[in-house]
Design a protein around this ligand. Structure first.
Ligand code: IPE
Ligand code: IPE
Ligand code: MG
Length: 249
């Protein structure tokens, strides 16, 4: 234990505080495989994944990250068996009801991105509470991507923009990249500097498609329930070795 703490401290000492990613996005993948490897049902993996969420949120606060976006449930995850979907929804309710007060004490602002309008009522109640209780906080902004899909987000933005045009609040000539950004769930937030995906898969799976145009990507074989502060630090150290050119020289 002491050894691990020491190791984390040594590693975080290597982080250049002036070059921190402002916004980190995480595709939390591998819960099912984590459980299957142990001969357990997938559910156990999701439960164990909550501990990793807790640890990573805490580590992000400690390291001074300003925005953290966690991909919790995609628009495609409805394809899973009903029992698994229900379990994930219940887990969300449990996580929020247990953690919101602590997160609030730690000045975390909780924000949901995705279409929450179609979620079960019990989820919507906890989501509203989480957002209301923490809305004036000025610390870490924790975006939870729930029933989120990058393509769905863009479709919704297009519809909003079209409505504004029909209402003559906007002309076609006035549409810029900024117009699109302002009509996404992440409006007023910086694009992610760093996107992390666990479990060895190297794809975005519909995560922050518009916003990730110039994100640095970091992949690890580690399965989500095993992910901890040391891995987050490792990802940030990798990020700090990258030269970001944004198309320049
Ligand atoms: C990520 O783990 C959690 C969610 C997508 C909700 P998975 O459930 O996708 O785990 P694997 O990829 O099957 O191992
Ligand atoms: C991506 O993981 C979605 C979340 C982490 C919430 P998936 O497990 O759903 O992605 P695919 O199916 O492997 O692309
Ligand atoms: Mg998966």
């Amino acid at each position: 234990m002491v050894f691990f703490r020491q190791k984390n401290r040594d590693l975080s000492d290597k982080i250049d505080k002036n070059k921190l990613p402002i916004h980190i996005g995480i595709i939390m993948d591998g819960n099912g495989r984590w459980a299957q490897k142990r001969g357990m049902m997938r559910f156990y993996g999701h439960k164990a994944g909550v501990n990793a969420v807790r640890e990573v949120v805490k580590a992000s606060r400690e390291l001074g990250i300003k925005y953290l976006t966690l991909y919790a449930f995609s628009t495609e995850n409805w394809k899973r068996p009903k029992e698994e979907v229900n379990f994930l929804m219940d887990l969300l309710v449990e996580y929020l009801s247990k953690e919101v007060d602590e997160l609030n004490k730690n000045n975390v602002l909780i924000n949901f991105i995705g279409d929450i309008s179609v979620l079960p009522e019990k989820c919507k109640i906890e989501i509203d509470r989480a957002q209301n209780v923490t809305k004036n906080n000025s610390g870490l902004v924790l975006n939870i991507a729930l029933n989120y899909g990058g393509r769905d987000e863009i479709v919704k933005a297009v519809k909003k923009i079209c409505t504004k045009i029909l209402n003559k609040e906007l002309s076609i000539e006035e549409i810029t990249e900024q117009t699109i950004s302002e009509n996404l769930y992440t409006k007023n937030q910086p694009d992610p500097d760093l996107i992390i995906r666990t479990s060895g898969e190297k794809r975005l799976s519909n995560f922050l498609l518009w916003q990730s145009a110039y994100s640095e990507l970091w992949f690890t074989e580690v399965l989500w329930p095993d992910f901890g502060k040391e891995h987050l630090i490792e990802a940030i150290l990798y990020y700090q070795t990258r030269q970001r050119r944004f198309g320049g020289v």
